[in-house]
Write a protein that binds this ligand. Structure first.
Ligand code: AGP
Length: 612
């Protein structure tokens, strides 16, 4: 939800931190701040984006080789200068940046107020800063890291923190529980960040902190233990991220770049897994656990937002081909509604970031109940990747745009391979159908490249509908989740209210919305539902609705019938989601751009929702 960067070494900390915060801005961009240790601790923070903070600090004293920085997605306290991080304790001893939520902050704040503490912000983070200071001042034998440790033992909630102490100004203390933190190991210097992207430019040696880890970092030492004071074994990972992945590569926005990357990223997702000789699909992360999956009596697929839409497609694939009962759940519902979970269940958690709080909570609940838990995730080293029994990485590369695109098609690609593999193991698919679907999947990247060539036509359609106030997306079968995804894309980046619906449901209510002001986007390739979806389109047209249809190329019937159309290559219905979603991504992108919206960083959103 927020982005944290820290540096301790021999460079000018400010420039390392600011560049890192810009790479983390997708995690939140309500306000930003930096604290620099240069004999005194200088704190600069303000509402707005990192670039505004940078301009502000450049006019001030900004030297110092130790520092911490933060870009915020507001939880407690509105976005303003005072609530921006870093927060400094009342007597100036501790300065802290924090990602997460301290659930018992109100009680802690009351206790500290009774001890004479005065607060200048509405944040839970300032409470933690003062708690650390209060403990530190109780006893000279307590050093900075002990004070942090003792304070965290009183905290209920999630945190990823970096702390500087003005009385012990040669060190940085970092700790995590529920919010990710990565430490980059340099030569006489260390980097701390919420994910690896600010670190890769400087080192590919990293340590992912686990829950309740706490580290004390000096220029020449890195000491790791946990809040219960027991030693923690140091596991150094090697990053294979390329810095180029973090740049826009000539595209105007990360989202557009990531839409256009999809043919390649889908190839990356099935590289080494989907064999062109149509032999067995290899999902390396599941090899040891697959016998257990084959025997599952039920599969529960859980996610949020776009990941939940991918889960729905997974349900259709698994039930049709592997003939196994599947349930799809919103993580935020599943974790609280006291669901029935059996040890014979396989629970699949889908998350691009691997840090979504609701999804992680669902993971923990399923594990407690003894289910086999698998992850489908895009971030190596993420909490989900490390806490599931096994899983499959989507290999979509870093996804910076807040609106998920290439991660979605990568998730669906993994689910398609998983369903085919399971169907083959369970002998519920014929050899012919298996080979056909493997071939169809392998042809998706090339067909996707053809669709991307319709960019200008889609842009022209966007021009016609950019002033719409509402929009309705319809689809059937595998394309009902695509309709939901298309609606989510439009609403989250253009702020136009959009609803996705099963086309068959339209006559049960939504058709009352139809008039000549309501664009109705219909995902209507030639498949088993074609005649029915044509009837739905006629029902809309009969009420003067404007229909924009995604059609199979050469479909003369619909091209005559609808107001606007976008043609896509023919494909098997089971892989059609991977193609039909691309025009919907581009439509949302162009409409949002024409409306002057911030496509990569839409208002009120963040890329990774690591709080409830
Ligand atoms: C999708 O465009 C949104 N950014 C959002 O719905 C996202 O899919 C959701 O927050 C889940 O994120 P995750 O996949 O990282 O868990």
């Amino acid at each position: 939800m927020c982005g944290i960067v820290g540096y301790i070494g021999n460079k000018e900390a400010f420039f390392v931190i600011i560049k890192g915060l810009k790479l983390l801005e997708y995690r939140g961009y309500d306000s930003a701040g930096v604290a620099l240790q240069n004999g005194t601790l200088e704190v600069y923070k303000k509402k707005g984006k990192v670039a505004e903070l940078e301009a502000f600090v450049m006019e001030q004293k900004h030297d110092g080789a130790i520092g911490i920085g933060h870009t915020r997605w507001a939880t407690h306290g509105e976005p303003n200068d005072m609530n921006a991080h870093p927060h400094t304790s009342m007597h100036g001893l501790f300065t802290i940046v924090h990602n997460g939520i301290i659930e018992n902050y109100a009680k802690l704040k009351t206790d500290l107020t009774e001890q004479g503490y005065v607060f200048s912000s509405q944040t839970d983070t300032e409470v933690l800063a003062n708690l650390i200071e209060f403990i530190y001042r109780q006893d000279e034998a307590i050093n900075a890291e002990m004070a942090v440790q003792l304070a965290l033992s009183k905290v209920v909630g999630a945190y990823g923190i970096a702390v500087l102490c003005s009385a012990e100004n040669d060190k940085m203390i970092v700790a995590r529980k529920g919010s990710p933190l990565v430490v980059g190991l340099g030569n006489g210097e260390y980097f701390v960040a919420s994910d690896a992207s600010p670190i890769i430019e400087f080192t590919n040696q990293v340590v992912y902190l686990n829950d309740e880890d706490i580290a004390v970092i000096k220029r020449d030492s890195f000491t790791l233990k946990n809040v219960r004071n027991t030693p923690v074994s140091l596991k150094i990972s090697h990053l294979n991220l390329e810095i180029g992945e973090l740049e826009k590569g000539g595209f105007e926005h990360f989202m557009l770049k990531e839409i256009h990357e999809q043919p390649r990223t889908i190839e990356e997702t099935f590289r080494g897994r989907l064999r062109s000789d149509e032999s067995e699909i290899v999902l390396g992360g599941l090899i040891n656990i697959f016998p257990k999956i084959v025997k599952a009596e039920r599969i529960i697929i859980i996610g949020c937002g776009t990941s939940w839409h991918a889960a729905l497609i997974g349900e259709y694939l698994l039930e049709e081909y592997a003939q196994i009962p599947v349930e799809v759940e919103y993580a935020s519902e599943f974790r609280y509604r006291k669901p029935v979970i059996r040890p014979t269940d396989v629970v699949i958690l889908i998350s691009q970031s691997g840090e979504t709080a609701d999804t992680l909570a669902a993971l923990h609940l399923a594990k407690e109940k003894g289910a086999t838990v698998l992850g489908i995730c895009n971030v190596v080293g993420s909490t989900l990747a490390r806490e599931t029994d096994a899983g499959v990485f989507t290999h979509a590369g870093v996804e910076i745009g807040v609106a998920s695109t290439k991660a979605f098609t990568a998730q669906v690609t993994v689910l398609t391979m998983f369903a085919l593999k399971l169907a083959r193991e369970r002998k519920t698919i014929s050899a012919e159908d298996y080979s056909l679907l493997v071939r169809e999947l392998s042809q998706i990247p090339e067909k996707g490249r053809l669709i991307l060539q319709s960019n200008d036509k889609i842009k022209a359609i966007a021009e016609k509908y950019k002033d719409a106030v509402n929009a309705l997306y319809l689809g059937r079968g595998y394309l009902f989740p695509v309709a939901l995804e298309g609606a989510l894309k439009l609403k989250e980046i253009s702020y136009i209210h959009a609803e996705g619906y099963a086309a068959g449901e339209m006559k049960h209510g939504p058709i009352a919305l139809v008039d000549d002001n309501l664009p109705v986007i219909v995902v209507a390739p030639q498949d088993d539902y074609y005649e029915k979806i044509v009837s739905n389109i006629q029902e809309v047209k009969a009420r003067r609705g404007n229909v924009i249809a995604i059609v199979t190329e050469g479909d003369k019937v619909l091209k005559e019938m609808v107001t606007d159309f976008i043609e896509i290559p023919a494909s098997h219905p089971a892989v059609a989601p991977l193609l039909t979603v691309i025009p919907l991504q581009l439509l949302a992108y162009h409409i949002a751009l024409m409306k002057g919206c911030n496509v990569d960083q839409p208002r009120n959103l963040a890329k990774s929702v690591t709080v409830e």
